[in-house]
Ligand binder design. Structure first.
Ligand SMILES: [Zn+2]
Length: 91
């Protein structure tokens, strides 16, 4: 793990302290690596991340207990996605 300690270098918090209109779970909105991300923490230690860019949209689920863990898991996953994409395009 290298990059998640310095989340502020590539991530910007847009909104925190939100609550989903439907289920009331806590949510935050971020821009990480130029990807718009909504993270959503369910009470059963289930964290959802919804990714949205101009090119693609996706959703993933992480096994996390806190919003801090969910932020870190999401940032680490996006770092992985973008470094993979970066290597592929460089070949
Ligand atoms: Zn929910």
């Amino acid at each position: 793990m290298n990059s998640i300690d310095r989340i502020d270098e590539y991530a910007e918090l847009i909104n925190s302290g939100l609550n989903d209109d439907g289920c009331g779970c806590p949510e935050e909105e971020w821009v990480m690596f130029d990807t718009y991300v909504t993270i959503h923490l369910e009470p059963d230690n289930c964290g959802h991340a919804f990714y949205e860019t101009e090119e693609w949209e996706s959703e993933e689920v992480f096994d996390v207990k806190t919003m801090l863990e969910l932020r870190a898991a999401t940032a680490a996953r996006l770092a992985e996605i973008y470094s993979t994409a970066y290597q592929e395009s460089a070949q």
